[in-house]
Design a protein around this ligand. Structure first.
Ligand code: FE2
Length: 157
């Protein structure tokens, strides 16, 4: 572990950095999958969904960066190569032959919900270790991506 401005003990910082890296792997994978949906979507809902997916991707890229930098701030490292992500992400592979708009909505809703499960787990780990600043960071992500999941689920109803 690197030295850190955090006042948390090294054991806590190490555990939280590990939880953050797991979320970084999922988040980088999800980002790529959202872009695949953004590029390949076809159908009557294209005009609304193509730009909507891009807003999800841009926002997630910012969160991935914040998660990575929080891990390093705590004295850890940030792991994010494509090969590392492919071996660690808990998301299933995206079916890249998909074109139909509503099918992309369903696939992304499922994946965002899986991503959220992981973020909530990481938040619980941070809470257990007394890292309320990481809890705060992750809560912002949960709030925003629950809203995105709601947009998608509402489109399916
Ligand atoms: Fe684009």
């Amino acid at each position: 572990m690197y030295t850190s401005p955090s006042r948390l003990p090294e054991e806590a910082r190490s555990a939280v950095a590990q939880a953050l890296n797991a979320r970084l792997a999922d988040g980088l994978d999800l980002h790529g999958q959202i872009k695949v949906a953004h590029w390949n979507i076809k159908g009557p809902q294209f005009p609304g969904l193509h730009p909507l997916f891009e807003t999800f991707a841009v926002s997630l890229a910012g969160h991935n960066d914040a998660i990575a930098e929080r891990a390093v701030t705590l004295g850890g490292r940030a792991y994010g190569t494509a090969r590392h992500v492919a071996s660690r992400s808990r998301l299933p592979e995206y079916p890249q032959e998909t074109t139909r708009d509503i099918e992309h909505v369903r696939l992304l809703a499922e994946r965002i919900e899986l991503y959220l499960e992981g973020v909530r787990d990481a938040r619980a780990a941070a809470e257990k270790h007394g890292d309320i600043d990481t809890v705060d960071l992750l809560t912002g992500i949960v709030t925003e991506f629950e809203k995105h999941a709601w947009f998608l689920r509402a489109s399916l109803e």
